[in-house]
Write a protein that binds this ligand. Sequence first.
Ligand code: BGP
Length: 487
Amino acid sequence: MVVFNAMPVTKFPKGFLWGGATAANQLEGAWDQDGKGPSIDDALPGGKARFAIASSPEFAWQIDEKKYLYPNHQGIDHYHYFKDDIKLFAEMGFKCYRFSIAWSRIFPQGDETKPNEAGLKFYDQLIDECLKYQIEPVITISHYEMPLNLAKKYGGWKNRQLIDFYQRFAEVILKRYSNRVHYWMTFNEINSAFHFPVMSQGLVPKTGSQDFTNIFQAWHNQFVASALAVKFAHQLDLNLKIGCMILYATSYPVDADPSNQLANLKLNQDLNFFCADVQVRGKYPSTTARLLREHHVDPQKLSITEQDLQLIAAYPVDYIGFSYYMSMVTDVTHRDAKNVAGNLVGGVKNPFLKTSDWGWQIDPTGLRIALNQLYGRYQKPLFVVENGLGAIDQLTADSKIHDDYRIDYLRQHIKAMLGALNDGVDLMGYTPWGCIDLVSASTGQMSKRYGFIYVDLNDQGQGSLKRIRKDSFYWYQKVIKSQGQEI
Ligand code: BGP
């Protein structure tokens, strides 16, 4: 009996979910239309002040959400342009489209019991428009957005009441759309609270030693909420696939010094694997006690019940969605401490890698390593639901964008995924981030662009909003058509 296939894999499998990804708060606009309430993001400005405000204790949600007309109030006005945008996705040959549902469109304050029908109708239309072109919708239930009221009044995810509010929200949308939507994710980049607890968990930021206790409690509440959503989805329809979504950044020790090796091992356990361990394996990993100790958390102060643990154990996720943009380097011995300015999650420069204009270290091989690490650990299907290059695009006089740098980045990463398929990894799909230009999460600006489609809008929110196909648009169209062979 021949059990193993000796032939190399040269193209992506039939049914592979090629597509693109976005998030409601970064492209929809229409921030107060048809009954939508203000979200956290609607209260954050664009530009340099964004992270400064989001991480200052004074912020404390006293901020006036009516103050910032741009960026999130307007986005790229996808709320009104969604038909044009999906038509362009279809032209590229998308098999799926990952987007999120704005919680504040469905439950404007977050704590009411009756959903906003106008908000639900918007997503009915969006989903139907995808299906018109046989594009499979992939929905992120919560993506860096929650009703501002839940942050202000309840303190965000650290409050257990959020479990009920999320459960209500998740059940309403699952019930409404599950006959048309088969792929779901419970929380975007759930582990990102290590870096930005404001966007990720709606927490009042940095308040000293209590910080990590709050972050951990918030995670626990999110794990329970995620399990409840999985439970409900499977009760509705066993064919629904509901996944987690983590921010993954492959990490290397700076050298063979065992201290750096150990530090890197721990960093992987904490940053990359901790949340996925809970959501995929259904239990807290054995490293949790160390994690708490190192962050000075008194376990007595956490509220975790036996029933919570049973829920988490009974309803693990079906697949692992993750974002991958860059790799990082662990250097606790600081012999070679050259920092990379602006790097999101790791400060030390890797001399073998180039960086993006924002200092993110570009590392396609790191994606192949990530896929192997995750599959080896969990043996569940993987889905690369974000990847891409944030860059400043130049519009030529004849209205073209020659973004060969973006094509090159994506080409290398697709080749790395093919490599991982040859390594035996089970990969469901690929949805590059910001398939149409949208507002950047970290800068709150338009000038950091990821799209195959250019949107005429500047950092002040001025422009015609015209959509223009970039060179990468035509390139990705060929990639999809040839199942990754013409690359
Ligand atoms: C991820 C988020 C996205 C997105 C992306 C790119 O962390 O899930 O929302 O924006 O990063 O980041 P940025 O927009 O900051 O370049």
